[in-house]
Structures are given as structure tokens and as C-alpha cells.
Design a protein around this ligand. Structure first.
Ligand code: NAD
Length: 428
């Protein structure tokens, strides 16, 4: 679309339209699912540290709650737009549906830049957001969580404000809280481990032993590190990882043919997931350009950094040895690249299935909070494994049976489940 800015919500609608056509959905259901059920825009007035007043713009979008309370993060970002929030809320609906957890899709945001705000000012924004939304969110209708530039501390301030307004302890109002303050054990590992649970199942289907496989990973943050941890524990070997270098403002890939050493790399990684290239060299890593991770002679590629990384150009660099692409990141593959991947016969585990471990564990956090009884880490991860494995099996079975691309099969299942719930409730 020359001359037109990329609009995430238009992309989310286009993806939906494609599957709605395959499913032959009726007009009413299409109209309902193409758009959010509810969209809130509000102002958050704040007293800044210097005594001046400032008003921030906040949003919450509840795309669909036919299968349960809406679920989704709240982002703080200077370039936040309501269309991005609408797209993300829509994708949350499909993500919760594909892993079959009883939640809908939501997302929220505030146009602000936390880099330029003191902790007190951020606290005021969190509390102000809740004051505006308290009547329309909560454990039985919409459960927020952290997202870009928000964390456990922001969630605790929001919870505190909600409990002050509602007059009681209500930890199931929000997830992503610190462990000991209503958070769940296993949440840190959940997304990366979830990616590998699906990879393990895909390899089983292909009759390939994980011990005989190698992988290359883009990114070295939360998702990547725990994916590497479990993959290595199961016997696989990661030979290349890449990360962003804050000083050089570019990315590098780090290669070790005998396998990267996770503990060693963690020691030389900054808090943003950037690996120190001088120290990596000393530790025997070959330092390559940032794009090299995708052109390695491996069996599995795990993009776990950013969107649009596997595109019409980079897809051509993928070696024939690659059998699986497991999308840890959100939106790492463009539609043009999808076509090439499909033709090459590479098995894709699409983002909203592969990285659904995070939201699944957030759901477990909510369940534990509602019971006021917290599980051991093994129990959390065991339940996560079951959910991810059965979600993966349902999608891969459908893809094989109907000879569909995995992404389309995942969308088909998710949209069908939500459409059915809307129908059963008599909405359409
Ligand atoms: P993170 O901030 O912890 O790590 C991001 C990593 O990517 C860092 O190592 C950074 O150096 C690297 N990176 C950034 N730009 C890069 C580039 N151009 N080339 C190579 N590496 C680069 O983030 P995260 O939580 O691991 O999230 C990664 C992706 O997974 C995002 O797309 C996120 O939306 C998605 N995701 C995360 C979760 C979760 O629970 N953390 C859940 C679902 C989806």
C-alpha cells in the first residue's frame, strides 16, 4: 500500500476476512468479529513532580468476551494509537481461543513515555487509568496485565487502586504481579517454555529426535532465554543467537558450533537482552552480523525478538535443513514470506499458538488468585505443558487433515470457537 502507513488493525481485519471466507461465516458474525465489542477512550489528569498538571490519553479495548472475561496487557508508549490497541485486542481473542482458555481478548494503553516520567508520575498514571476504567474492568469482565514498558510494579499500583475503589482484596483483577504479591511461579519461564513444548510435539510428529536437532534463535530476552533453556535440557543444541547492541545501535549474531552456553551468555548480557560482543569473542563465539541467525544450517529457527523479521528478502536465506519455524515473537513473519515458507514445506508454529504460554500462565495466575491458593512451580509448568500440547495437537491435526498452512489452521480453530460462542449466546 504505497503512500499509506502500515495499520495494524487493518492487517488484523484482513487476516480475519481471509479465514471468515474459508469458514463461510455469515454477515452478522463477520461484522461482530471484525470489530471490538467495546472501546474506551479517556483522559488521565496528573499532577507532575514540578506541580504542573498534565493530561494523558488512555485506552481500553475489549474485542470479544463471548468465551470469558477479556484479557490483555496495558502498554505505555509515546506512539501508542487506538488502532494498534484494537489490533492487539483482536489478536488476544484468537490467542486465548486457540489455547482454549476461557478468556476473551482485550488490550489497553496510555500515550506516554516512561523514560521521561518519575516513578511517582507513573504511579499516578496507573492509578488514574484504573479510576477511569474501574467500573468496566475486573476479575469477572476484563483482566489487564503488563505489556510494553509496564511491569509488576505498575500492576501492583493498579491493583491497589482497584481494591481501594472496590473495597476489598481482589487480586484476580490483574495479572503479572510479583510472586508473593499474587503472582504465579513459572510466569517468567512460561512463554519460552511454551514455545519449546510445541517444538517438541512438532518433532515427535516428524519422527525426529530432539537430541539430533540444532536451532538458531533471534533475540536473547525473556522468551529466547527460556526457550534455549528448555530446548537444551531436552537435548537439543542451539548454535546461534542474535541480540541488539545498544551502543552500536545494530544487532549481532553469536555463533558456537558446539552449542551456545546459556549461563555463560547470561553473565555477559545487559538487562535489555544485549550480549556484550567483546566478551562473547573472548568466550569463543564467532560474532557475525545481526541477520546471520536466519542463514544457519540448522533444523529449527526461533524468531524471538521483533515483528517483520522473516520477510520477502530474509526468507530466501533460509537453508534447506530448516524443518520448523517456531514464532516466539509476535508477528515475525510477513505475508509474502509466509508464501515462500509454505512452498518450501517448512512447518510453522504460528505466533499466537507458539507464544501463548505467557497468557496461559496469566490465566493460571488469575485462577490461583481467585482461589487464594498458589501452586508449586512444577504444577504450574505441568499444567502449561498440557495446555500447549493439546492446543498444538488440535492445530497440527487440522493442518494435516485439510492440507492447510499451520497459521491458517490455527486461525480457523480460534475463529470457529469464538464464532460458535457468539452464536450459542444468541448474539448472532
Ligand atoms: P525482551 O525485551 O526480553 O527481549 C528482546 C530481545 O530481542 C533482546 O535480547 C534484544 O536484544 C533482542 N533484539 C531487539 N532487536 C533486535 C534485532 N533487531 N535483532 C536481534 N535481536 C534483537 O522481549 P521478550 O519478552 O523476550 O519478547 C520478545 C518477543 O516475544 C516480542 O515480540 C514479544 O511481543 C513476544 N512475546 C513475549 C511474551 C512474554 O511473555 N515475554 C509473550 C508473548 C509474546
Amino acid at each position: 500500500m504505497a503512500g499509506k502507513e502500515f495499520n495494524a488493525f487493518e492487517m488484523a481485519q484482513a487476516q480475519f476476512d481471509k479465514v471468515a471466507n474459508i469458514l463461510n461465516l455469515d454477515e452478522g458474525t463477520r461484522e461482530l468479529l471484525r470489530n471490538p465489542l467495546r472501546e474506551y477512550h479517556f483522559s488521565i489528569p496528573i499532577t507532575m513532580d514540578d506541580g504542573t498538571k498534565k493530561v494523558y490519553k488512555g485506552f481500553r479495548v475489549q474485542h470479544n468476551d463471548s468465551r470469558g472475561p477479556a484479557k490483555g496487557g496495558i502498554r505505555f508508549h509515546p506512539q501508542e494509537t487506538v488502532d494498534t490497541v484494537k489490533a492487539l485486542a483482536t489478536w488476544m481473542t484468537w490467542k486465548c481461543a486457540v489455547v482454549d482458555i476461557p478468556l476473551g481478548g482485550g488490550k489497553g494503553g496510555v500515550i506516554c513515555d516512561p523514560h521521561n516520567l518519575s516513578m511517582r508520575e507513573q504511579e499516578q498514571i496507573c492509578r488514574g487509568w484504573v479510576r477511569q476504567m474501574a467500573k468496566n474492568v475486573g476479575p469477572i469482565n476484563d483482566v489487564p496485565a503488563p505489556d510494553v514498558m509496564t511491569n509488576g510494579q505498575h500492576m501492583l499500583w493498579m491493583l491497589d487502586e482497584y481494591e481501594t475503589i472496590s473495597g476489598g482484596k481482589n487480586p484476580g483483577f490483574i495479572t503479572g504481579k510479583p510472586v508473593g504479591m499474587g503472582g504465579s511461579l513459572g510466569r517468567t519461564e512460561a512463554t519460552g517454555y511454551g514455545v519449546i513444548y510445541t517444538v517438541r510435539e512438532a518433532l515427535k510428529d516428524m519422527n525426529i529426535k530432539i537430541e539430533d536437532t540444532t536451532a538458531s534463535v533471534q533475540g536473547f530476552g525473556n522468551v529466547s532465554q527460556y526457550a534455549i533453556q528448555l530446548f537444551s535440557q531436552l537435548g537439543g543444541k542451539v548454535i546461534c543467537v542474535s541480540s541488539w547492541d545498544q551502543n552500536d545501535q545494530t544487532s549481532y549474531s553469536f555463533k558456537k558450533l558446539e552449542g551456545v552456553n546459556l549461563d555463560e551468555l547470561r553473565k555477559i548480557t545487559d538487562k535489555f537482552g544485549g550480549i556484550d560482543k567483546a566478551k562473547a569473542k573472548e568466550a569463543g563465539y564467532e560474532v557475525l552480523d545481526g541477520g546471520a541467525w536466519i542463514e544457519q544450517e540448522v533444523n529449527i529457527l526461533i524468531p524471538a525478538a521483533l515483528e517483520n523479521q522473516i520477510n520477502s528478502k530474509t526468507v530466501l536465506k533460509i537453508k534447506d535443513s530448516v524443518k520448523i519455524i517456531a514464532e516466539g515473537a509476535n508477528g515475525p513473519t510477513t505475508p509474502e514470506a509466509d508464501k515462500v515458507i509454505f512452498e518450501k514445506g517448512i512447518w510453522v508454529i504460528p505466533d499466537f499458538l507458539a507464544n501463548a504460554g505467557g497468557v496461559t500462565c496469566s490465566y493460571f495466575e488469575q485462577v490461583q488468585c481467585n482461589m487464594n491458593y498458589f501452586w508449586e512451580k512444577d504444577e504450574v509448568l505441568g499444567k502449561l505443558d498440557l495446555k500447549m500440547t493439546s492446543a498444538y495437537s488440535a492445530v497440527s491435526e487440522l493442518a494435516r487433515k485439510k492440507k492447510l498452512y499451520m497459521r491458517d489452521a490455527a486461525y480457523l480453530i480460534a475463529i470457529q470457537r469464538v464464532a460458535q460462542a457468539c452464536k450459542d449466546r444468541g448474539w448472532v
